[in-house]
Design a protein around this ligand. Sequence first.
Ligand SMILES: [Mg+2]
Length: 242
Amino acid sequence: MSPVGSNTSPPPVAALVIDFDGTIVEQDVSEEILQAFAPPAWWDIDLEFQRGEIGSRECLTRQAALLSGRRDDMLTFATSQYTLDPTFAPFVRWASEAGLPVTVASDGLGFYVAPMLAAAGVEGVQVMTNEVTLEPGAPPSFAFPNGHPVCRGCGTCKMLIVLFERQRHGPVAFIGEGHTDRYGALYADVVFAKKWLQQIAADDGVPYIAWETFDDVRGALKRIDLLPGPVGPAKCPGWTEP
Ligand SMILES: [Mg+2]
């Protein structure tokens, strides 16, 4: 493991956890799919989630129930219309050379994440997301292989992913932009935030580094010497028991 900062003792960051929609891709691909393949009521459900009235798991399952169309058509739509931030693939290559494991943590429809990464030539990243099965004539079914074993708030538990990577490798940098990043950001050692996550982090008292491109993140990770450390509470504030 190679330390990343200019100060070699202690190593500032040992692993990276990165949101996908709105972060690695400028657009939220799940929202774009819903916009194209579902009636407008999907947005009302999204607003319930954004207001904190429901968790992301309930949001996603109710939204997906509105989808009509074939999974392959949705995948073609996603991969033909949207591309990765051009600074992401070089960033992953740099992280690999620096010995930093990269986990892509996505709490959306999930099925397009690995194909879009592969289409951009991004290799060697761990993808943790939801599994949705879309068959013609049947309602969508979900599996949450990266959910919390008890809590049912989120589909993919970014808190658990950050804590796991932290336990496995050491201090974690979390890079994100939106509402599903709130709990990952609370438990990371350093947070890179843009868009909505900046206000969300500020409201939660989470210090963050503003970023626009992965070049910015790389530059900051090279310079950073002291990590703010996690500010997460004993139990995630999004905790929902079954
Ligand atoms: Mg996002």
